[in-house]
Ligand binder design. Structure first.
Ligand code: MTE
Ligand code: HPA
Ligand code: MOS
Length: 788
């Protein structure tokens, strides 16, 4: 069993290919004969009536193979993933800048561009809605309001001795996957098409291609070797490029590739939802939360996409790690004339948790108590105070263990004193420190999605090929799956290869999302291996018990027969655990299985047990389990320029019995740094007409090497296997993103030091240099007035 326990010995299965450049992304696939370039011509207006679409001149240009608009779609003009409210190609009205209107296929990019310049599309420009405030004023809702509540927050707030109220705005965020949205679509026989897509959700991409082409799903194959990053941005929106490529492919009967230019990708695709959150919180003299009311407003963009699932996760994470006896969360998704916003790491969790952390931070400032102490006091309990506002009991609560350890290992107390001493000695440069927790529910909140399939083949030489429904986007899913299969068969990882994800191997899958890729697909792979092992064991028991066998293995006197249940798989051999001389190498056994006519191919399936979620009532057990982590960040901020440096970050994360500590630590570091970007420098701006101003890396600042904490200490909590997922492991992926709130609050702490923590800094996400400078200046002025 423990052969795979040399933890951390398994590097990412593609690491070598990443380094040498051999890793095949869509754009690296050798061009098939007749390959055409696909170009997407999009709306230059945020909202306009389409008066005329003239395609003739573009169609007449030599080298142009197809020019398509909504009238040329053979199937349905739809690509909404959950609700059918997003057109594949605009018709009637364009609703945002970047909305696709016309598709062009040409022999080369230059010709496609020239063809685009020959289009004659006439618009009558209309008034757009470009932000949440305007949407609220115009009552431009995307769907019905939702509420979750427990107890009597209104009554509690009326009687609480302390009450705070406020508003928090959180910004959008670009996914910045290194591989932009790309799809290569190749025609087959008849109507058959195969799409090589950079998608997190091959089955949905397949379904949407079938829908726009008017084909049965079995005519469409989607294959994904790997993505150059997804981060949620390819959970639904990879479908768009795939649908467009498939339309051009079907119209021309040529292979067509669409690879969005970076700026176009940023202009056309949705981002993390902006939120406007209003809160009201009542607490006692000890800083214990009594009642909280949240109003969550998100900017959905032009269509639903995943906005309602994202809002639901936000509602379910407005408590973060804290017990709130009386709580209500009201949520509204607003329609604006911007590209439909979509999944991004954390999926609504970061926005809601930022609001709750703001509440805690303010309580600490009001009471003059260290915020870490207020956090600890409000943590969910282990025996009581342990039920969330939606009725799920917080089981296997690791918050206290994590907090207590990190508090010591990060030298929090000593560094708090050092920060205070530093701040007393410096007028314009201040330091700040914050320690924040994360509790994140693991499962799709859309309950039926919590399932996965697998297909495992063993070949005659003992080599194993595993297919499963998950996609590899850099997160190391295939590496972990390989480890799981190797461990189940008792062979080395070199004996296992994971195939490209293909809808013909494993059908009807869920997106690789919600941090659950390994839990779900690992479960399905284990199910398939169990089927194979039991077939092999039955046949081998017969083989071991057969008469001729006795003469082959001297000393194995048949006083007892081998039962299939006695057979074990370990260290590359298969053996009877009671008669260890009855043994055969894994590879020889597979050769034998061929001769004994045993099928060495099996499917597997897994669905998460024990989830019960009543969406209507907002009550139940939506999550299989919770992931926990804590992070402490120290920063230094120059109040005159607003620039900041992360001096040190300590993170302790509960990954259960980590399947691969190297990969898990990489995910924690990456998640935290991506969160850092959202909290600090990544600011998305549109002009008054809905044009994205920040559409390239020169205006949109993602963290670079120098923005990563200079001293970065990430550790995993040891000795706490997770009873609810494969081999005691626990999801990593998204939760560490939210530990970056410790950096955000550390910056706020530094700004607060300008007024000796007597005034509340006016903070939002991202805390850009401007936010810092204005906030510090305001506090400085207030402090001066008090002095005067
Ligand atoms: N890590 C890398 N390198 N690239 C990615 O695109 N996506 C994140 C996370 N980590 C991502 C990543 C997101 S949003 C999710 S939901 C998970 O990986 C998905 O994979 P998993 O469920 O297998 O962890
Ligand atoms: N996370 C990610 N994607 C999803 C979810 C979720 O909770 N629910 C539906 N799609
Ligand atoms: Mo991740 S946002 O669930 O793809």
């Amino acid at each position: 069993m423990d052969t795979m326990k040399e933890r951390g010995s398994d590097t990412h299965e593609s690491a070598g290919f990443h380094v040498t450049g051999e890793a095949v992304y869509i754009d690296d696939i050798a061009p098939p004969p007749g390959l055409l370039v696909g170009r997407v011509c999009y709306s230059p207006h945020a909202r306009a009536r389409i008066l005329n679409i003239g395609l003739e001149a573009a169609r007449a240009l030599p080298g142009v193979h197809a020019v398509l608009c909504h009238r040329d779609i053979p199937g349905e003009n739809q690509m909404g993933p959950v609700i059918h409210d997003e057109l594949c190609l605009a018709a009637g009205e364009v609703q945002c800048v970047g909305q696709a209107v016309v598709l062009i296929a040409a022999g080369d990019d230059e010709t496609a561009r020239r063809a685009e310049s020959l289009l004659s599309i006439e618009y009558e420009v209309l008034e757009p809605v470009l932000d949440i405030d305007t949407a609220i004023r115009k009552n431009s809702l995307l769907g019905p309001e939702r509420t979750m509540r427990r107890g009597e927050p209104e009554t509690t707030l009326r009687s609480a001795s302390h009450v705070i109220r406020g508003e928090l705005r959180t910004g959008a965020q670009e996914h910045w996957y290194l591989e932009s949205q790309t799809c290569l679509c190749v025609p087959g026989e008849g109507r058959e098409v195969t799409a090589f897509s950079s998608t997190q959700h091959p089955s949905e991409t397949q379904a949407i291609i079938a829908e726009v082409l008017g084909l049965p799903v079995h005519d469409v194959v989607v294959e994904v070797r790997r993505l150059g990053g997804g981060f949620g941005g390819k959970e639904t929106q990879a479908n768009h490029v795939a649908a467009w490529a498939s339309l051009l492919c079907a119209a021309t009967r040529h292979p067509v590739k669409i690879r969005l230019f970076r700026d176009d990708d940023m202009i056309m695709t949705g981002k993390r939802h902006r939120f406007l959150i209003r809160y009201e919180a009542g607490f006692d003299d000890n800083g214990l939360l009594l009642g909280v009311r949240f109003e969550l407003n998100s900017d959905g963009g032009i269509a639903s996409d995943l906005s309602f699932a994202i809002m639901e996760r936000a509602m379910l994470h407005a408590d973060n790690a804290y017990y709130v006896p009386h709580m209500s969360v009201v949520a509204r998704v607003w329609r604006t004339n911007l590209p439909s916003n979509t999944a991004m790491r954390g999926f609504g969790g970061p926005q809601a948790m930022a609001a709750m952390e703001t509440v805690i931070d303010r309580i600490a400032r009001e009471l003059g108590v260290d915020a870490a102490e207020i956090r600890k006091r409000n943590f969910y309990g282990t025996v009581d105070r342990n039920v969330t506002h939606y009725g799920q009991t917080v089981e296997n609560n690791r918050l206290h263990a994590l907090y207590n350890r990190l508090f010591v290992s990060s030298e929090y107390e000593a560094r708090r004193m050092a920060v205070e001493a530093f701040n007393a000695a410096h007028e314009f440069v201040k330091r700040g420190l914050a320690l924040t927790p994360v509790k994140f529910g693991i499962s799709f909140t859309t309950t039926f999605l919590n399932k996965a399939g697998a297909l495992v083949h063993i070949y005659r030489d003992g080599s194993i090929l595993v297919s499963h429904g998950g996609t590899e986007m850099g997160q190391g899913l295939h590496t972990k799956i390989r480890q799981i299969a190797a461990r189940e068969f008792g062979v080395g990882i070199d004996a296992v290869r994971v195939s490209a994800t293909n809808t013909s191997d494993v059908p009807n899958t869920s997106a690789t999302a919600a941090s659950s890729g390994t839990d779900l697909n690992g479960g399905a792979v284990r199910d398939a291996t169990a089927t194979l092992k039991s077939r092999i064991a039955s046949s081998l028991a017969g083989y071991f018990n057969a008469d001729p066998f006795e003469s082959i293995l001297p000393g194995s006197a048949h006083d007892e027969m081998t039962a299939p249940g006695d057979i074990e798989f370990a260290d590359g051999i298969i053996f009877d655990r009671k008669h260890t001389l009855r043994r055969i190498s894994f590879a020889s056994a597979m050769d034998l299985m061929i001769l004994r006519q045993v099928s060495l191919s099996a499917t597997g399936f897994y669905s998460v047990p024990g989830i019960a979620w009543d969406k209507e009532k907002g009550w139940g057990r939506p999550f299989n389990y919770y992931a926990f982590g804590v992070g402490a960040t120290e920063v230094e901020v120059d109040m005159l320029s607003g620039s900041h440096t992360i001096l040190r970050t300590d993170i302790l994360y509960d990954a259960g019995d980590s399947l691969n500590p190297a990969i898990d630590i990489g995910q924690i570091e990456g998640g935290y740094v991506q969160g850092l970007g959202w909290c600090t420098t990544e600011e998305i701006l549109w002009d008054g007409k809905g044009n994205l101003l920040t559409h390239s890396p020169d205006t949109y600042k993602i963290p670079a090497v120098r923005d990563v904490p200079a001293d970065f200490r990430v550790a995993l909590l040891e000795g706490h296997p997770n009873p609810n997922a494969i081999l005691g492991s626990k999801a990593v992926a998204e939760p560490p993103f939210m530990l970056a709130l410790s950096a955000w609050l550390a910056i706020k702490d530094a700004v607060s030091a300008v007024g000796r923590h007597r005034f509340e800094p006016d903070f939002q996400i991202p805390a850009t240099n401007e936010v810092i400078v204005f906030s510090a200046a305001r506090i400085g002025t207030m402090a001066d007035k008090v002095h005067a």
